[in-house]
Write a protein that binds this ligand. Structure first.
Ligand SMILES: CCCCCCCC/C=C\CCCCCCCCC/C=C/C(=O)SCCNC(=O)CCNC(=O)[C@H](O)C(C)(C)COP(=O)(O)OP(=O)(O)OC[C@H]1O[C@@H](n2cnc3c(N)ncnc32)[C@H](O)[C@@H]1OP(=O)(O)O
Ligand SMILES: Cc1cc2nc3c(=O)[nH]c(=O)nc-3n(C[C@H](O)[C@H](O)[C@H](O)COP(=O)(O)OP(=O)(O)OC[C@H]3O[C@@H](n4cnc5c(N)ncnc54)[C@H](O)[C@@H]3O)c2cc1C
Length: 672
């Protein structure tokens, strides 16, 4: 079987209701319908064509993005789309643009850190896009260390104004998206100084450009920071540089929900915790986790379809083997497929957690903020690292053709990989999780019961006495055959025990240092490993929780169960050192886990194509010849090659200047 017949044949082997799975993937029937409608709307509109992106120069590319983003906004207004519909439309347009920062960071920063009065003034302007905003926090010299920012906001009580100033080169704002060429306003983070005293970093709304002619206002120098990694990719965004030379703004443009500055320059702390200044990052990190499952599922969809189409070797009956049938291919591909589903469900849960913490904050309950910070930071780090690695693995899974831009994978990698850095470098974020875990463990002795995602640390309190011997874990007795690994309680216990033991061991090592900060610095690589174990436990436990829900559709739950155990057992295999060294499982049980994993791959194999079809991606969104729904890869790849500008003429530009003289020279030399 060849070409267009392969994927229909694969689909005929499906053992579950794909339409029902599409709804599980989308989150609800309503979410599916909205998403499906928006995907079709974008795919059918030539204005959203994107297949020439990697061939455009920077200026052309950027202008093209301006056109698309403003056209998208026009369509949102014309069609009176809801916020949910607009969000999906932006998703399927699939092009980073200034609007992301306007809606994704500028508006949330004002909502989260502005007073009622400030929200009433600024939000209507922002909602109608009469002003366009960005989030100007990072500087040339400091990104991770927010308290190290150098831009100053000095209060002048005589004029009732703040003076925003960049005192050094390294204090130049550097990176904010939408800043370079588009934004009229920014939430600028600067050190607050009143009456000669410093009060930490706060957010200020600053107008950057004239609303009449878009020129920078006096005292403001502004531009784009230059080309970034990859063709097309994130170069559609005008990440910018910005300096202030004593720029004055009215006092009421400091975002004052956390701290108010009076006209005399007195600082009045509200009952809201200081950490709320970092609230926008918590919000965005949560959206980044949801986004990870989208990017990962997209790469996996391409690699899975192509792996079914591609054949190499093994011709017994005249037909070569589909590469998806090689166990090595399955061992690389199916855990990524499982991760896409795992990240989807943990993303859903994180959205719930974020909504819950937001409601509590509104009611002045700040108790769950540290956990929300740890979960969003940790899961952002875990999912983006895994997704960036997975996109690259999918490229390799597609062999040579994966390296072509036509596969869609190089651009996807280039556009996705900065997610490991923006909104917090992934290692820096894991260190935040480690701090949270060490604090939780240190409080166990005082009888404080951990809650939420750390409740398991309370259940294993005996570990505090360092009784880490094998016998203390129940799974040791529960797993005697490969199928025993398919018990949810066993799997959960294995991951809980591993994480708890790693946390407790790290806490005990920290205790050996006279100065805890010295200990934290010295042991930071170990601490990061404990943070990863904790975050992996969260993902596994949320997937297991999902399986407890009523999931309609023939065979759907069975498929999800297979994927859940593939996700968990593959992690167990990759981190076997942790599980064995902490005495959670025995080498024999590790070997049984591998047997079970292989068996699960065989169960997923006939359903693999349907499991990626359930993502419901249009060919427009996938942007990949290798991942086409119809599997017609080779003719389309051949066709695509001829579209390259190099093939516009038979002889290349430069033939007469370079190739011809070179060949003539060689000919001349050989005749000598
Ligand atoms: C076409 C039209 C379409 C219309 C519709 C469109 C719809 C689109 C909508 C949405 C799209 C959304 C898309 C968004 C796009 C995203 C693109 C990405 C762009 C990138 C932006 C950025 O990168 S912005 C800059 C981000 N910067 C960082 O992340 C910096 C990282 N550093 C930090 O976060 C902190 O400084 C650090 C955590 C490292 C803390 O440092 P430290 O000095 O140790 O700590 P300190 O400051 O003293 O605080 C300690 C204390 O505070 C706690 N804490 C820290 N952070 C937080 C937090 N975020 N929340 C709560 N608490 C926090 C910390 O745990 C300590 O607590 P205690 O231990 O003292 O209790
Ligand atoms: C595409 C893109 C878009 C962006 N958009 C915006 C935006 O809109 N607005 C905005 O304000 N910013 C934006 N940023 C900036 C971004 O938030 C920062 O780059 C990010 O927070 C990382 O900070 P940094 O660059 O200072 O990295 P650094 O902190 O300098 O990291 C360098 C290395 O040092 C390590 N490191 C740093 N601190 C520690 C530590 N304490 N312990 C151990 N290791 C450490 C890191 O792990 C990393 O390996 C964007 C960045 C990118 C790439």
């Amino acid at each position: 079987m060849e070409g267009v017949d392969i994927l229909p044949h694969e689909r005929s082997k499906t053992q579950f209701d794909v339409d029902a799975m599409k709804i599980v993937w989308a989150g609800s029937r309503h979410a599916f319908e909205v998403s499906d409608r928006m995907a079709r709307l974008v795919a059918s509109d030539p204005a959203f064509q994107k297949d020439n992106r990697s061939r455009l120069g920077r200026k052309e590319l950027f202008k093209n993005t301006l056109r698309k983003a403003t056209y998208a906004w026009k369509r949102i207004l014309e069609l009176r789309l809801t916020e949910e519909e607009a969000g999906r439309l932006r998703f399927f347009v699939d092009e980073p643009a200034f609007t992301d920062l306007h809606w994704g960071m500028f508006v949330p920063a004002i909502k989260g850190q502005g007073t009622e009065e400030q929200q009433q003034k600024w939000l209507p302007l922002a909602y109608k896009m009469q002003i366009i905003g960005c989030y100007a926090q990072t500087e040339l010299g400091h990104g991770s260390n927010v308290q190290g920012l150098e831009t100053t906001a000095t209060f002048d009580p005589d004029k009732d104004e703040f003076v925003i100033h960049s005192p050094t080169l390294t204090s130049s704002k550097w990176w904010p998206g939408g800043l370079g060429k588009v934004s009229t306003h920014a939430v600028v983070y600067a050190r607050l100084i009143t009456n000669g005293e410093e009060h930490g970093v706060h957010g200020f709304i600053v107008q950057l450009r004239s609303l009449d002619d878009h020129m920078p206002l006096p005292g403001i120098t502004i531009g784009d920071i230059g080309m970034k990694f990859g063709n097309g990719a994130y170069n559609t965004m005008d990440n910018g540089v910005l300096t202030f030379d004593h720029v004055r703004i009215p006092r009421n443009q400091m975002l004052m929900r956390v701290l108010q500055v009076t006209s005399e320059g007195k600082c009045v702390q509200s009952n809201v915790p200081r950490q709320l200044i970092y609230g926008t990052m918590v919000f965005v990190r949560q959206t980044i986790v949801a986004d990870a499952s989208s990017a990962l599922s997209r790469a996996v969809c391409i690699a899975t379809r192509y792996s079914a189409v591609r054949r190499q070797f093994g011709s017994q009956d005249g037909v070569e083997t589909q590469v998806i049938d090689y166990k090595t291919q399955q061992n690389r591909l199916f855990p990524l497929l499982a991760s896409a589903y795992a990240f989807r469900f943990v993303g859903e849960w994180l959205k719930w957690l974020y909504t819950d913490v937001t409601q509590r904050l509104q009611a002045n309950d700040f108790s769950t903020l540290p956990e929300a910070h740890a979960c969003t930071a940790g899961l952002k780090s875990l999912t983006t690292t895994a997704t960036a690695d997975a996109i690259e693995e999918c490229r390799k899974l597609c062999g040579g053709h994966g390296y072509l831009c036509a596969s869609g994978l190089p651009e996807l990698f280039a556009v996705y990989v900065p997610a490991c850095t923006y909104e917090g470098d992934n290692v820096v974020l894991l260190l935040q999780v480690a701090r949270f875990l060490m604090k939780t463990v240190s409080q166990l002795g005082s009888g404080k019961k951990p809650i939420g995602t750390t409740a398991y640390l309370g259940r294993v309190q005996d570990l505090m006495q360092c009784r880490c011997e094998v016998q203390t874990v129940g799974i040791i007795y529960s797993i005697n055959a490969a199928e025993d690994w398919l018990k949810p309680s066993v799997m959960l216990e294995a991951f809980e025990a591993r994480s708890a033991r790693m946390c407790v061991a790290r806490a005990q090592n920290l205790g050996k240092f006279a100065n805890p900060e010295d200990g934290f610095a010295e042991l930071s690589a170990d601490l990061v490993e404990a943070a990863v174990a904790h975050c992996q436990l969260i993902v596994v436990s949320k997937f297991l929780d999902k399986l407890q829900q009523d999931i309609p559709g023939n065979g759907v739950k069975q498929q999800l169960q297979n994927l859940c155990y593939i996700y968990a057992l593959n992690l167990l295999h990759k981190h076997l050192g942790d599980f064995l060294s902490t005495g959670c499982i025995t080498p024999k049980q590790a070997s049984l886990a591998n047997d079970q994993l292989r068996s699960l791959y065989s169960q997923v194999r006939p359903n693999a194509i349907a499991l990626v079809d359930a993502f419901n991606y249009t060919d427009h969104y996938l942007g990949s010849v290798l991942g086409r729904y119809d599997g017609n890869v080779y003719p389309k790849l051949y066709e695509e090659a001829w579209k390259d500008p190099l093939n516009d003429s038979v002889l290349p530009d430069g033939y007469n200047e370079y190739i011809r003289p070179l060949l003539k020279q060689q000919l001349h030399n050989s005749r000598l």
